[in-house]
Write a protein that binds this ligand. Structure first.
Ligand SMILES: Cc1ncc(COP(=O)(O)O)c(C=O)c1O
Length: 453
């Protein structure tokens, strides 16, 4: 019998996160204060985040120790398996080798708890009582609800309305872990009311939900805000994925030629790819591919400039690829990829050609998801299926070129709560949105009063 799963023991969970800022060949431009447009000072974030996370946000220390209390919660589902996808290879009749890191094994079903646990812990130890957050597909909201429950914190989640309506069982999951959840835009915040006044049927966006969650945290001393992606400290916590994968490849004396991940804000991609990029910076020959939806193409069609992380202009200005903070993506089924921007660190790597970016339509993505489900057995999250589509294309390309490549991707989550999306695919009801250039230019024009890089 072939060995499919390459496993580490709990004792072998890496003890440090990897901070790419220590090795990044290009200095990232600083984030700016949302009102003064001056470089942000760490203290400017003190009303939202605890000191340890602010320190991590700006740290240039290469390896950051993971506290024992966090490792103990990680051990509920980590180390995650590295799997050789023999069946997918067979289904594609490819000569290439395909591996995936299975992050769907966490209790909420995705990579998101890797940072939710860390963020809940660092807030808990400084006496914060409640965390607020946004969620798109519900994976991040359920991860934070799970982590807050573990550390005895209250949790308040604003869920993008279109997902709130399409994914009722993600809502129930969030409530099962004791959190409170509202659809966004809501009438409970100024930000939400402003959007609803203009468009009472607004489907919502991550940008709007972030504004609502940040507004609540800004107005309540006992409440902090937690972000599920984009920021340096979130990407940092996710590097546990790539650090494990490096050890797992060592066990089978193999190494990837290509590392692939889907991108919403960039955290699962960064989590897997950054530890490998460290080795690329040191001379390894390796390609990294970031995959996004054509309906929300920040990396492939956005502008590299300063923009707000949210719709109401409450967050700092971040140097990133963006479609404009007012951009509301069409209602595609990969809710977790409907974000107008991308992590500043990932954006910088794409700009400097150290990471490739590409975009796919949702129909071809669901076709890839079904190919994976019918070969490897796991029904992937629609977000993760973007990575699978790129894997399939890369394997085919290698065969056409007559070469054998080793391809690694991040299975960032399972799709058990996304069955209505699969249903729409099987009924041929999915629409492929061609995001018009005119619409893009209109959205980017709203950035004209902001500083450029
Ligand atoms: C399963 C899954 N994968 C990927 C993403 C995209 O987020 P990120 O780019 O931060 O990994 C999400 C976001 O909700 C998700 O739920």
């Amino acid at each position: 019998m072939k060995t499919r799963k390459i496993m580490l023991t709990e004792k072998e969970i890496p003890r440090t996160w990897y901070n790419l800022l220590a090795d990044c060949p290009f200095p990232p431009p600083p984030p700016l204060h949302p009102l003064t447009h001056e470089p942000l000072k760490p203290n400017d974030l003190a009303h939202l985040f605890p000191p340890a996370l602010i320190e991590q946000e700006v740290s240039t220390q290469r390896f950051i120790p993971i506290p024992e209390e966090i490792l103990e919660v990680y051990a509920l589902y980590r180390p995650s398996p590295l799997v050789r996808a023999y069946n997918l290879e067979g289904a594609l009749s490819t000569n290439s080798k395909i591996y995936y890191k299975n992050e769907s094994v966490s209790p909420p079903g995705s990579h998101k708890p890797n940072t939710a646990i860390a963020q809940a812990y660092y807030n808990k130890i400084v006496g914060v009582k409640r965390l607020t957050t946004e969620t798109g597909a519900g994976q991040w909201g359920s991860a934070l609800a799970f982590a807050c429950n573990y550390f005895g914190l209250e949790c308040l989640v604003y869920m993008v309305r279109v997902s709130y309506e399409n994914k009722p069982y993600r809502r129930s999951m969030i409530e099962a872990w004791g959190a409170t959840i509202h659809p966004s835009p809501s009438k409970l915040t100024q930000s939400g009311r402003a959007v609803l006044d203009k468009d009472p049927d607004c489907p919502g966006s991550l940008g709007i939900a972030i504004s609502e969650a940040v507004e609540i945290a800004m107005n309540d001393k006992q409440t902090n805000y937690a972000l599920g992606s984009v920021l340096n400290h979130v990407l940092l916590h996710q590097t546990i994925i790539g650090e494990e994968a490096l050890k797992q490849f060592e066990l089978v004396s193999d190494y990837p030629d290509i590392v692939i991940g889907c991108v919403g804000g960039g955290s699962n991609f960064a989590g897997l790819a950054f530890p490998f990029l460290r080795e690329k910076f040191a001379g390894k020959n390796l390609r990294a591919i970031a995959v996004e939806p054509t309906a929300c193409p920040s990396l492939t069609r956005g502008a590299y400039t300063y923009d707000y992380g949210d719709t109401s202009r409450l967050t700092p200005l971040m140097p990133m690829y963006t479609l404009g903070h007012n951009f509301i993506p069409s209602k595609i089924h990969a809710g977790g990829l409907r974000y107008h921007g991308a992590a500043p660190l990932l954006s910088l790597l794409v700009k400097e050609d150290l990471v490739e970016a590409r975009a796919y339509h949702q129909t071809e993505v669901f076709q890839a998801a079904v190919t994976f489900a019918r070969s490897e057995g796991i029904i992937p999250a629609p977000e993760s299926a973007h990575a699978i589509k790129a894997v399939i294309d890369e394997a085919k390309k290698a065969d056409e070129e007559g070469v054998t490549r080793t391809i690694l991707f991040n299975l960032s989550g399972h799709g058990h709560f996304d069955m209505s999306a699969y249903d729409a695919f099987f009924r041929q009801q999915l629409e492929d949105n061609n995001f018009a250039d005119e619409e893009l230019q209109k959205s980017l024009a709203q950035l004209c009063d902001l500083p450029t890089i």
